[in-house]
Ligand binder design. Structure first.
Ligand code: TXA
Ligand code: MG
Length: 337
């Protein structure tokens, strides 16, 4: 198992940060907390390190990584040019849970971008990630610290469970605040386009970019059609089969039938609860928060817990329609693919 160091999320200990920085400078991989999910960090401009990240995740090398930076100035160095929209978004949301797709500067390795002429940049808000970026002094690639196509980690324990010794060191700063990945906006196209709904709401992005193009259910069919590799239909999937029921009544009906057939089931509900809840040996019932952001913060941890409990089926009551729920609906769609 990798070494795990507990670190204060707001006032990170200098010795722990330095230990992580040493691992990174030597070309190692560190599991780091961010405000969205835990990342598998390594030096973003070193092709050998990038190779280790892809191998650790079991992720195809055509899937580009996000370069994590301290702020807009460091991001600009990675970009061939910095569109006006990028400047406006960065001014408002860097640091924060927003990833921008911009034209790639010539020195940015194609291994980072999956061969693309664009590069993803994000300045995380988490104090540990920021302090580590400052200590290392160069951009860090940090995909979610999980094996390819499985549920993103929102705790250090999830990282250890998914990656084991494939990561050299993990900084444990407790659960991630947002619990869902950053929103990805492509500013190389006009109008700018939301590629991945995430922790930063569409409304917030729109407040700066009213013309933002948002398409629900973006799923890549093939490499050529793929606007963003994270859009693969299957992504974020737990081991258990996920069934999204159209209503609470339908969810209870599906659960009853499955339990009667001897299956171990986790039922995930959204308030208000309209049925008496009868949890039992084979049935775990989880009621997630009513708000979209509260729900998102706990969704991945709930899926991880269902797997850990040995559930064979996860029945999720569908969530509300509306843009605030876009990121949650997106992850539920991919979890059941
Ligand atoms: O919240 C996050 O963004 C987390 C934390 C750790 O920072 N990181 C993360 O990284 O989710 P990853 O590698 O799992 O997701 C990166 C996503 C890709 O799936 C893809 O959608 C998009 O960023 N992406 C990266 N480079 C791109 C590019 N050049 N063009 C289009 N999309 C790109
Ligand atoms: Mg991921």
């Amino acid at each position: 198992m990798p070494r795990v160091i507990t670190i204060d999320p707001e006032h990170p200990d200098a010795a722990a940060l330095e230990e992580a920085a040493v691992v990174l400078r030597r070309g190692g991989l560190v599991g780091i907390p961010t405000e969205t999910v835990y990342g598998l960090a390594g030096r973003a401009l070193d092709p050998a390190v990038l190779g280790r990240i892809f191998a650790a995740k079991g992720r195809p090398t055509s899937h580009p990584l996000i370069a994590h930076v301290e702020g807009e100035a460091q991001a600009r160095v990675l970009a061939a040019n910095w569109p006006d929209v990028a400047a406006r978004l960065a001014e408002r949301f860097f640091p924060g849970p927003l990833t921008l797709i911009v034209p790639r500067a010539a020195h940015v390795p194609l291994e980072l971008t999956g061969g693309a002429e664009t590069v993803a940049v994000r300045a995380p808000m988490h104090a540990v990630a920021r302090a580590l970026l400052r200590a290392v002094g160069e951009p860090l690639a940090a995909p979610s610290a999980n094996r390819y196509q499985s549920v993103s980690p929102t705790t250090a324990a999830h990282v250890v469970e998914s990656l084991g010794d494939r990561v050299d060191l993990v900084l444990d700063a407790g659960p991630c605040v947002h619990g869902i990945e950053s929103s990805v906006v492509d500013v190389t196209v006009d109008p700018p386009r939301l590629l991945r709904p995430g922790a930063l709401s569409v409304a917030e992005v729109r407040s700066v970019v009213p013309e933002l193009l948002v398409q629900e259910g973006l799923v890549a069919k093939s490499g050529a059609e793929r606007a963003s590799p994270g859009l693969d239909a299957r992504h974020y999937a737990p081991r258990a089969h996920v069934h999204v029921a159209p209503s609470q009544a339908a969810a209870f009906a599906t659960v009853s039938a499955a339990v009667a057939a001897g299956k171990r089931v986790t039922l995930v509900l959204h308030p208000p609860i309209r049925h008496p809840i009868l949890a039992g040996d084979h049935l775990r019932v989880i009621v997630l928060p009513e708000s979209a952001s509260g729900y998102a913060a706990q969704l991945f941890a709930t899926l991880h817990a269902a797997d850990a409990a040995g559930s064979q089926l996860i029945v999720v009551e569908d969530v509300p329609t509306g843009e605030a729920w876009l990121a949650v609906r997106d992850r539920l769609r991919r979890a059941r693919a």
